[in-house]
Design a protein around this ligand. Structure first.
Ligand SMILES: C[S@@+](CC[C@H](N)C(=O)[O-])C[C@H]1O[C@@H](n2cnc3c(N)ncnc32)[C@H](O)[C@@H]1O
Length: 214
């Protein structure tokens, strides 16, 4: 096995605060992702030195926005962000990880078994293949596609009053402006952008929150 040669970022102090009693499980996931993620094509060669900041904690800051006991679908989970990280730190909620690539699904299933997570399942396929198959309370996504394209993929997976939580970069306002018509078409309202992780992380995370109405 070819393991990553780049040093993995040391665990930031905020990790224990964000993961709470689940920190040991998150550490175990971080270790495996840091050692094998590059070889498996889950993270790029520049990522191990910023694994915690850019990936794990960038995902974990969403945890307080997950509703108690919610059923959540994460679209395009890839190596586990944010859906698997959230499943680790929020064992009270149930997660469906929707990912089309077989290799990534195998990795996710391996981690679920290894970490003994009983609140998360992987569904192999594209989000649009699951329209009508279930209705969840919240849907999450990071780095999948621009908002205008993400809305039609995710809105049909939500129940009436369900919420979208999308991790977005600095161009989020432009994405919202470009998606104006699509937001109306899919009855998406209460769109807001929040900055998460302030005072805890060296890099804050921007999350777009919105609600769907039937
Ligand atoms: C750039 S990766 C991001 C992975 C992960 N969310 C992250 O932030 O590290 C995009 C992922 O979205 C998946 N994807 C692309 N189109 C999709 C679709 N229509 N439905 C579900 N997943 C999709 C890809 O297979 C890929 O794993």
């Amino acid at each position: 096995m070819v393991e990553s040669t780049a040093a993995v970022e040391a665990e930031p102090a905020a990790a224990a605060e964000l993961a709470g009693p689940r920190i040991d499980v998150l550490r175990s996931f971080a270790d495996d992702l840091g050692r094998r993620g590059e070889e498996l094509g889950l993270i790029g060669p520049l990522e191990p030195p910023r694994l915690w900041t850019r990936h794990l904690l960038n995902s974990a800051v969403l945890a307080p926005l997950i509703r108690d006991g919610a059923r959540v679908a994460d679209i395009g989970t890839g190596g586990g962000m944010p859906g698997l990280v959230l499943a680790i730190v929020r064992p009270d909620a149930r997660f469906l990880l929707i990912e089309p690539m077989e290799r990534r699904c195998n990795w996710l299933n391996e981690q679920i078994e290894r970490l003994r997570l009983d609140n998360v399942e992987v569904r192999r396929g594209r989000a649009e293949e699951f329209h009508g198959a279930f209705e969840v309370d919240q849907v999450t996504a990071r780095a999948v596609t621009a908002l205008r394209k993400l809305l039609p993929l995710t809105a049909p997976l939500l129940r009436d009053g369900g919420e979208m939580l999308f991790l977005k970069g600095t161009s989020v306002e432009n994405e919202i402006a470009a998606a104006e018509k699509t937001l109306r078409k899919h009855r998406v309202s209460d769109v807001s952008v929040e900055e998460l992780g302030g005072g805890l992380l060296s890099e804050t995370t921007r999350v777009l929150r919105a609600r769907v109405r039937a």
